[in-house]
Design a protein around this ligand. Structure first.
Ligand code: MLC
Ligand code: AMP
Length: 514
């Protein structure tokens, strides 16, 4: 979709959706604070002026590892409006992970929670970061103290559609995380497509109210949810952290909800989830991980609503979506819907040949949301694209005769747990480095709550008596908690095929029900 020049800066484009009454509520938090649209404009302007006062070079990265807050949202908007590059980092990341991101991305600025300032500032300064600010959940910290001295007037930077807006790190199959570079054009085109596809209501049509319950360091909560709400001038009810009971209480005042499947599973566990509780809601959207057919049909039975499942990636933003409008077709459970306008999806065989309708193969995509490449990894970027410019998603699926895509698996060795990606290769690297561990394999097994969780299968060095709990405890000090396998199993050997490759499918089957 073409983007007209004055609005190539994503912030400028999002701002065109703000309601006329800038003093109406834009964000209401779960602790009862209300922020107007004017507050978002003022706060992001002051932060943008602060960032610009630092005299950073164009393309400078602003790395952010803070708890969810409206001020963190303002910092994201400030980075956009300054034409700088936003680099959000999961708050679960520990020192080894943070050291890697800081070394790799070389951010000019790091914003972190005050409690982490000591160790993180040391890592950041070692990596060459010039400025480290703090931002806490209670709105204290050096970032806002400094920003308070700056003007609320700010001129939005002129950004071209190909200028970088954000880098999102996604783990790699080799264990090394890759920074997906997304431009203003990537993000804006996707926001515009979703605004139309999901029927977001403008303020003059009564507006929407979104329950924002996801973290804001990944694509789903940061881009899909926030851009949709801002571009349509919709109020957000802002949860610092997902809580099923709280969400249920707010449904009566909201119209749209977005979640990963775990959130739907947890909501279904609430006895109060009934038609009456969701009477004002118009849309429930699920994505980031496969939604089980059971969850889809249970939700229909309990609420009368059909969940709209969509599919996307950090590298591509949203690719497909089940229809919102009845005239566009039915929402088919078990599918992620047809390609969104402007997106091409194809399924290819092992030799890269296009497969016929209904045949299962590798999913490749092309479209305006597809990223600019991996940060500092030109070879890796080249590997992930075909000669005719399609991106290899690493997902395996089929397309039916109505164009609906069904994802049946992944060619990449990846576990998706509660919507977070965990790459076994990375965890195996940490396991293999532990004293007494000879070899390991990490596999995903079904889990009622998280959809899938990791199991570590470990072989001890000869004569060493390993303790499975101690192994998991040792990992806890090193990596993000969501990456820690939920179980550790000791074995004498790993099943291998004739090529010597570990047969993870056999391990999955063996440990699925243990
Ligand atoms: C928390 N834990 C997890 C986990 N989340 N373990 C595995 N997978 C997860 N997702 C750990 C905790 O650290 C804790 O460990 C234990 O599990 C129980 O924690 P909890 O209190 O039950 O978890 P909670 O804090 O409630 O978090 C669960 C959750 C959260 C589902 C709310 O994981 C979440 O917000 N997920 C959404 C992720 C997301 O936004 N994904 C979008 C990616 S973008 P311990 O040891 O401390 O007890 C993308 C593209 C796209 O994929 O298409 O959208
Ligand atoms: P991420 O790297 O965190 O952006 O995760 C992207 C991956 O999430 C995709 O490649 C898919 O494997 C998975 N994914 C996203 N949405 C869905 C969905 N609706 N169903 C199944 N898998 C999904």
């Amino acid at each position: 979709m073409p983007i007209s020049p004055p609005h190539s800066n994503l912030f400028a484009a999002l701002q065109t959706g703000f309601p006329q009454d800038l003093h109406s509520v834009a964000v209401e938090t779960d602790s009862g604070l209300c922020y107007s649209w004017q507050d978002l404009l003022d706060g992001s302007a002051m932060l943008a002026n602060l960032l610009e006062s630092l005299g950073l070079p164009s393309g400078a990265r602003i790395a952010v590892q803070v708890e969810k807050s409206v001020e963190a949202l303002m910092l994201y908007l400030a980075t956009l409006r300054s034409g700088l590059v936003y680099l959000p980092l999961n708050t679960a990341y520990q020192s080894a992970e943070m050291a890697y991101f800081l070394e790799d991305a070389q951010p000019a600025v790091l914003v972190c929670s005050g409690v982490n300032f000591g160790w993180l500032s040391k890592l950041a300064f070692t990596a060459g970061t010039a400025y480290v600010f703090t931002l806490n959940e209670d709105r204290s910290g050096s970032l806002l103290e400094r920003a308070a001295q700056f003007s609320r007037e700010h001129r939005v930077a002129e950004s071209g559609p190909d200028d970088l807006a954000a880098i999102i790190y996604t783990s790699g199959t080799t264990g090394r995380s890759k920074g997906a570079m997304l431009s203003h054009g990537n993000l804006l085109s996707n926001a515009q497509v979703l605004q139309k596809a999901w029927g977001w209501r403008a303020p003059e049509q009564g507006g929407d109210v979104l329950i924002h319950a996801l973290p804001i360091f990944h694509v789903h909560g940061l881009f899909v949810a926030i851009h949709s709400a801002l571009l349509s001038g919709s109020k957000m009810i802002w949860f610092s952290k997902f809580d099923a009971r709280l969400a249920l209480q707010h449904f009566a005042r909201a119209s749209v909800f977005m979640g990963v499947p775990t959130l739907y599973v947890r909501l279904l566990g609430e006895s109060g989830l009934k038609r009456e509780a969701v009477r004002n809601m118009r849309l429930f959207i699920s994505g980031s991980a496969p939604l089980l057919s059971q969850t889809f049909s249970d939700w229909q039975a309990r609420t009368g609503h059909t969940i709209l499942e969509r599919y996307g990636m950090s590298e591509t933003i949203m690719l497909t979506s089940n229809p919102y409008f009845v005239q566009d077709g039915e929402r088919k459970g078990g599918t992620v819907g047809p390609a969104l306008p402007g997106v091409q999806v194809r399924v290819v065989g092992e030799g890269g040949e296009a497969l016929a309708t209904g045949e299962v193969g590798d999913i490749q995509v092309k479209g305006p949301g597809v990223f600019q490449g991996y940060w500092n990894m030109p070879e890796k970027t080249a590997e992930e694209f075909t000669v005719d410019g399609f991106f290899k998603t690493g997902d395996v699926g089929r397309v039916d005769d109505q164009g609906y895509v069904t994802i049946v698996g992944r060619s990449k060795d990846l576990i998706i747990s509660g919507g977070y990606n965990v790459y076994p290769a990375e965890i195996e690297g940490y396991l293999n480095a532990l004293p007494g561990v000879m070899e390991s394999a990490v596999v995903g097994v079904p889990d009622v709550d998280f959809g899938e969780v990791g199991v570590a299968v470990v072989i001890a060095k000869s004569g060493v008596d390993l303790n499975p709990q101690a192994i998991l405890a040792a990992l806890k000090s090193k990596i993000a908690n969501f990456k820690i396998p939920k179980r550790c199993e000791l074995v004498d050997e790993l099943p291998r095929n004739a090529m010597g490759k570990v047969q993870k499918n056999l391990l999955r089957a063996r440990f699925a029900k243990a």
